[in-house]
Write a protein that binds this ligand. Sequence first.
Ligand SMILES: NC(=O)c1ccc[n+]([C@@H]2O[C@H](COP(=O)([O-])OP(=O)(O)OC[C@H]3O[C@@H](n4cnc5c(N)ncnc54)[C@H](OP(=O)(O)O)[C@@H]3O)[C@@H](O)[C@H]2O)c1
Length: 272
Amino acid sequence: MRRRRSQMESLDEPRNERRSGPIDRSLPKTILVLGATSAIAQAWMRLMAAEGASFFLVARNAIHLDSVAKDVATRGATAVYVEAIDLDDISGHVALLERAAAALGNLDCAFIAHGVLGDQAAGERDFAAAAASLQTNFLSTVSLVTWLANYFAAQYRGRLVVISSVAGDRGRKSNYIYGAAKAGLNAFLDGVRNRLDREGVQVLTVRPGFVATPMTAHLPQGPLFVTPDHVARDILHAIEHRRDVLYTPWFWRWIMALIRVIPEWKFKKMDL
Ligand SMILES: NC(=O)c1ccc[n+]([C@@H]2O[C@H](COP(=O)([O-])OP(=O)(O)OC[C@H]3O[C@@H](n4cnc5c(N)ncnc54)[C@H](OP(=O)(O)O)[C@@H]3O)[C@@H](O)[C@H]2O)c1
């Protein structure tokens, strides 16, 4: 009886190995980018275009999207498909993702970059403004990842790269609505990774600090700001090394570790 069980276990092992598959360290060749007009996404796409990747680009501003697509094509992309859609409209997600997978043949990677900083003061006054931020920064991404997670799990490979933020590490008065959306996203992605790692799928949560993009153009640009190119290079490195959570630049991991350990009695009196 004991012997028989060990035979069954040994029969199971190779199947489990196949399920996980060999670790895929190759760069993705077929890439879906959601929020493709984001400055960070554009910087990363330029790196991937130079590698000859094919793209399906999604953004809501059709004119901006066309100029981004032309730029990616001239930088070496093998093929570029575009679709203009507002990602807040969750009812269109499944059909959109099916079209993207069909156009590219298959998906190696999905890169989710859309987001809004939102108006914190408006959200404090009016729940509708807070809900709009949660819709864009959290719910729409949850909807996209739900489909993509099942797609990648079915093929036992793939890379899911989602831009979150250090703002999700601790709520603070200046942007806790945005921060709450990103915190929810971080927890959601932790769970998706815990589910998909054994299927051979990389789930990379990107947590940038301050990046000089249109989103932060209204803020004074202090010494902690970096360029989208800096963040894009860090993301590429994290993809190549199959990282789980990327703080970019690296020092934000330690800044946020310090911020998280400040006791609440002290934190609540601070102006952050
Ligand atoms: N910049 C930073 O300091 C910073 C720090 C941490 C995290 N992040 C995150 O990084 C990601 C990229 O932002 P970014 O810095 O590159 O800023 P960005 O250039 O302003 O990009 C944001 C993009 O999101 C798109 N978007 C917003 N709502 C959308 C919707 N409903 N449907 C489709 N697209 C939508 C915007 O499109 P439109 O042009 O049409 O509005 C824009 O292209 C975001 O998730 C952001 O939260 C940024």
